[in-house]
Design a protein around this ligand. Sequence first.
Ligand SMILES: [Zn+2]
Length: 558
Amino acid sequence: MSSVVSRRPFDDGLRRLLQFLAIRPEVTVERLAFYVAAFFTAFCNGAFFRAVAATGALHGASGWAVALSLALMIGALNMLLLCLLLNRWTVRPVLTLLIPVTAMAAHFMSRYTVYLDPDMLRNILHTDGKESGELLSVGMLPSLLWLGVLPTLAVWRVRLKVRPIGRAMLVRLGCIVLSLLVAGGAMMASFQDLSALMRNHKELRHLITPGNYIVSLVRVARHDGARHQPKTPIGVNAHVVGRDPNAKPRLLVIVVGETVRAQNWGLNGYGRQTTPQLRDIGPINFTDVTSCGSATEVSVPCMFSPFGRAHYDEDRISHTQSLLNVLDHAGIGVQWRDNQTGCKGVCEGLPFQSFEHARDPQACTAEGCLDEVMLHGLADEIARRPGDQVVVMHQLGSHGPSYSKRYPERLRRFTPTCETADLGDCTREQIVNAYDNSVLATDDFLARTIRFLAEQSSRETAMIYLSDHGESLGENGLYLHGVPYAIAPDTQTRVPMVMWFSPGFAADRNLDVDCMKRESHAPASQDNLFHSVLGLMQVQTPEYDRKLDLFDRCIAPG
Ligand SMILES: [Zn+2]
């Protein structure tokens, strides 16, 4: 009797535990996706939220709103991702892979502050077994168990409630639309803070899990795939026609500008003289020029491609050779000098020199170099090769948000200036002042380039300057650039373009510079660059379209 009494509580407990374990709740795929999305957001993004807090973005009255907007946005994007990946057949295998990998990613990011960008993914995928083995440690077992194994077991434990296919598709569509609305709404609610945060700390996106490693994996796969796939050649039979073999060789410098917008360009009639040196030189200034994109990654490949904005296709552009390859095929020497983050595929297979980490005491500090560094050693480079040459110089220009780092002290003419990358801490006036000073630095660089070209006695010389895209300086609460092209404001898509020709070059080419100056108020765009340079350099190739050649009307035949 007494033994029965003492055993009863134990039996009860065991029975209840068994009953609990026997529970197999029934859920729909959408509900399961919702739980997993919430789980990822709450438990696997610690490194992200800590990094956001470290920027100071969560301080102050709006801090909570920013945190909430970020959590909602990440949650909704996770939900969107899962809605696209999961259905009644894939839900278990996909989550069995996704949850433990996400748990491990969260562990490494928290512990080592690893940013899971494509380079990091490439590192992980390409390391050998020994190195990968060193990453696995006993220390990660608790996280793997708690964040990886238990949730995965739960996914296998639940019973899936299956809807008729038509209704299932309708519900799924609703989930996708709702996720997009929540993500968009959360972003708009704190747009100014969030856009500033993600611009100033671009690297933060590589901490948003699991989106970071999934996007990076796709990018690595696409990029590596594309790398094995040679670019489609164009202009392979291109050649220079109608040129006296005894004429002086030509040197054309194309300056690819950065983030200079047409509105703040002194030569365009801006209220401030931001181009005093060019004003004194008097080059051809195009006043109505549109960019192909609102970001470097779009504009630079586009302006060197035969397709342009008119036939814009990112994949086609990145898989096709550029203007520079056509010039190379025509026997013209080509080189790319870069004070930025590379030529974006435009100069693949051609001579490339980066000045990003140059150590030139005159032009460089620990934080980078002024663009004039690209002129150092240029004369020697040019002298090494006979014949016509086209040299591209890719500027750092007015790249934000640290405009105050883009000019030397002697060009700090408009004051007071914004001295921080955190534009939210500056007044509009300070931001515009710093930006305008950076435009003065481009004016200075172009004037130096023109003076350099004017001194070259062994060549006929010319320069074309074209900025890649503009910049928002607080108009309508927008800063920086990169707004999707269709909705990008004029400040991001109107750019300056300037051309200069030595008298010898103009005479050699029968180019009427006054005619060019008269034509320079007509609308033009980055789509004109490809065809105008081919026309100017007398390159004959089927890709050349005379209608897009800006020089065509001002070159006398013969
Ligand atoms: Zn750019």
